[in-house]
Design a protein around this ligand. Structure first.
Ligand code: ACO
Length: 325
């Protein structure tokens, strides 16, 4: 009998500091950087984002999201036998955010590690957890996407600093004889590393290279729309389903135009796409679980429905997870 990974509960967390486009534009204007609500909304669909407080790290956001997911699942941290955190903005170079979350949740012993695939990180982490559950090496997994992208933004670069926000989203997966994750699909192509990167790194006690986000927005846009359709179709084919079987598309929340384009290619109406980019901005690895939790909690996503989760991000990396909720 096939073992499936089933979502038992979801949770998310957004830091208290919420900035509308107007708030951000006013702050940027003080540094001589010009932008506007109209430009940001028209090009990206973003209206607001949350920024973490100075003392909050990815592990703090992740722990808050994890607590909500555990409560929704009706289990305790000691019931977990695997913790994976997807992040590109860890609290420290090492140890991992996952081990910090484990400790903050008051548990110990189970394996805990981070996955770094930028905006595809949650899709990668979910796929790894699913594989470990299917192989029998885990029964209950906590999978989190958590980011503090505000720490790696260049607030003098208006082409990038208006796009991102901070947050965390989490799911509890449990082994089940009922579906469950139906299919997964992961890819990467390292030749595109320079179109979206943070080139700086720690070197002998200093930072070598620029430690802020660099992006060729148009190159990212073109690549993203192509691979998001391909990976959705690959997961559907593996599960012997078609685009008509998808109840909800939950794409990485980078830009409303990328999301609408993907929906059109999958012949889905826009009201079947879960959109949170307007309120959260692009929260990288956190964006998909944040969107999932939002639509679960507001009642749009119902048990038994078929969900297509898909992500694309730096690396370049991309992939999808098709699941029965
Ligand atoms: N406010 C006002 N004007 C701006 C801003 C801003 N924040 N940013 C750029 N502009 C100006 C530019 O200077 C340019 O002016 P010019 O014509 O006088 O030179 C003009 O707006 C157009 O700039 P473009 O870069 O050509 O704008 P474009 O339509 O390509 O939109 C954007 C830029 C939104 C970044 C788009 O390329 C995009 O969405 N790309 C996808 C990238 C993405 O979503 N990345 C997220 C991370 S990747 C991921 O998560 C997968």
């Amino acid at each position: 009998m096939r073992i499936y990974s089933r979502i038992l509960g979801t949770g998310s967390y957004l830091p208290a500091n919420r900035l509308t486009n107007a708030d951000l534009a006013a702050q940027l204007a003080q540094q001589g950087v010009e932008t506007s609500d109209d430009w940001i909304v028209e090009r990206t669909g973003i209206r607001a984002r949350h920024f973490a407080a100075d003392q909050q790290g990815s592990s703090d956001l992740a722990t808050e999201a994890a607590r909500k997911a555990l409560a929704a699942a009706g289990i305790g941290a000691d019931d977990l036998d695997l913790i994976i955190v997807a992040t590109s903005t860890p609290d420290m170079v090492f140890p991992s955010v996952a081990t910090m979350v484990q400790h903050k949740l008051g548990t110990a012993g189970c394996p805990a590690f981070d996955v770094q695939a930028v905006c595809s990180g949650f899709i990668y982490a979910l796929t790894i957890a699913d594989s470990m559950i299917q192989s029998g090496s885990a029964k209950r997994a906590l999978v989190i996407g958590s980011e503090v992208f505000s720490r790696i933004l260049d607030f003098k670069d208006r082409t990038t600093c208006v796009l991102f926000g901070d947050g965390a989203g989490a799911v509890i997966l449990e082994a089940s004889d009922q579906p469950g994750i139906l299919a997964t699909d992961l890819h990467a192509d390292g030749k595109h590393k320079d179109i979206l990167c943070v080139p700086g790194h720690v070197n002998q006690g200093g930072i070598l290279g620029d430690p802020v986000l660099k992006m060729d927005g148009q190159a990212v846009f073109k690549l993203a729309v192509g691979v998001l359709e391909e990976t959705a179709r690959a997961s559907l084919a593996k599960a012997n389903l078609t685009d008509a079987d998808i109840d909800w598309l939950i794409p990485h929340q980078a830009n409303i135009r990328i999301m609408q384009s993907t929906a059109r290619k999958l012949k889905m109406s826009s009201d079947k796409v879960v959109v949170t980019v307007d309120q959260h901005g692009n929260t990288s690895a956190a964006s998909i679980p944040l969107a999932l939790d939002t639509a679960v909690r507001d009642g749009r996503i119902q048990r038994g429905q078929t969900l297509m989760l898909e992500g694309v991000g730096g690396g370049f990396t991309w992939g999808s997870v098709l699941l029965r909720y």
